[in-house]
Design a protein around this ligand. Structure first.
Ligand code: KG4
Ligand code: ZN
Length: 351
């Protein structure tokens, strides 16, 4: 089985060709970072126009690198949501046109399902497993029970983890994108110098919250001499990162207890999303995995952040079950993985 996948839901334009034998034949990602950097964040209109400009060339490049023709594909998959709707429309329309022209089935993939199933592409693991999805738009704990079968154990009640990293980077003058910059600064900082809150720690559910911590960092930065000297900035970043890791650890431990009680056959703790790149967080999760008897798995970095290989793979999983979509599929700005989960805050418009 061979599928072309297309991803355009945020600020990466991506195309990939993946086989049913878990082989990535081509994986092309074009980041729009430089286009958005002057604005200190993603501008949806710029993102949509940039997807439109680069999409055709990236698809051609992926097909060339894979050495395959459209006739050799079994289907074409694109992210159908959730995400910035202008971008999603570009990817969906491209995939529909290619599917129609090549006479192949079209699959609309939930971007979050792409992240959620990546560990089956990279490690071939069985259902069920516990997933921490932490990106710029989401922070969720999900039990992945099967294709299209998810139970959400917890989500953020306000900001996503990546969003908090990005805001703290802005406040401490680290620039955009924030996660990697905060992590780098934290490496030379003293995490114990400033006392910051551990949001949700000890709360009897698996939800997250980062806006209170973000606000505490803001007040702390306001209290420090300006311009912020590099050591103060590094200490703030280190303190913030330690607070995030501590808070996430508490939430994950609670989720593991629920997972091991309700899904005793589960063996794996998996992380996905851009924040999974954070070393302090990874080390925390490895330790928790060891303590609780779950094997911790993290896909390679390029498959944690947004990419099209995960969309192609989710397409393969869905095609195997006959879950194709019609050319009348309408892109979805919001598309929860667990529609039965209670509504919480405003998080969840992008992944
Ligand atoms: O999954 P992703 O690439 O894109 C979407 O949000 O869809 O995640 C991007 C987020 C950004 O907020 C970025 O600051 C954060 O992941 N991030 C990190 C690190 N690298 C990226 N956060 C903490 N530490 C990092 N090393
Ligand atoms: Zn994503």
């Amino acid at each position: 089985m061979l599928i072309l996948g297309i991803e355009t839901s945020c600020d990466e334009t991506a195309a990939a060709v993946v086989s049913g034998e878990r082989e990535i034949l081509a994986d092309v990602v074009l980041s729009q970072l430089d286009e958005h950097r002057p604005y200190g964040g993603i501008v949806p209109e710029i993102a949509a126009r940039s997807h439109l400009q680069h999409m055709d060339r990236l698809v051609a490049e992926a097909m060339n690198r894979a050495g395959k023709s459209f006739a050799q594909l079994d289907a074409i998959a694109a992210t159908g949501g959730p995400g910035l709707i202008g971008g999603v429309i570009v990817g969906v329309m491209t995939a529909k046109a290619l599917a129609l022209a090549a006479g192949k089935p079209f699959l609309a993939v939930n971007h979050l399902e792409g992240h959620a199933l990546t560990a089956r592409l990279t490690h071939g693991i069985e259902f069920p497993y516990l997933l921490l999805l932490a990106s710029g738009g989401h922070c969720q704990l999900l039990v992945v029970e099967g294709v299209g079968e998810y139970t959400r154990l917890g989500t953020t009640i306000d900001d996503a983890a990546g969003e908090a990293f990005d805001k703290v980077a802005k406040m401490t003058g680290m620039g955009y994108p924030g996660g990697p910059a905060v992590e780098k600064a934290a490496a030379s900082g003293d995490a114990r110098r400033f006392t910051l809150p551990r949001p949700m720690k000890g709360k009897p559910n698996c939800d997250f919250s980062f806006s209170g911590l973000k606000n505490a960092v803001r007040l702390l930065v306001e209290s420090l001499p300006k311009p912020l000297n590099p050591q103060d900035a590094a200490d703030v970043c280190a303190g913030f990162q330690a607070a995030v890791a501590d808070s996430v650890a508490d939430r994950v431990k609670r989720a593991i207890r629920e997972f091991q009680t309700r899904w005793p056959q589960g063996r794996h703790l998996v992380v996905a999303g851009g924040v999974a790149a954070n070393t302090a967080l990874r080390e925390t999760l490895i330790r928790i995995g060891t303590e609780t008897g779950l094997e911790f798995l993290a896909p390679p970095l390029g498959l944690c952040t947004d990419n099209a290989a995960m969309i192609a793979w989710a397409g393969i999983e869905r095609l195997r079950l006959g879950l194709t979509d019609g050319l009348d599929f309408a892109p979805r700005p919001r598309w929860p993985l667990d529609p039965t989960a209670r509504k919480v805050g405003f998080a969840g418009v992008k992944a």
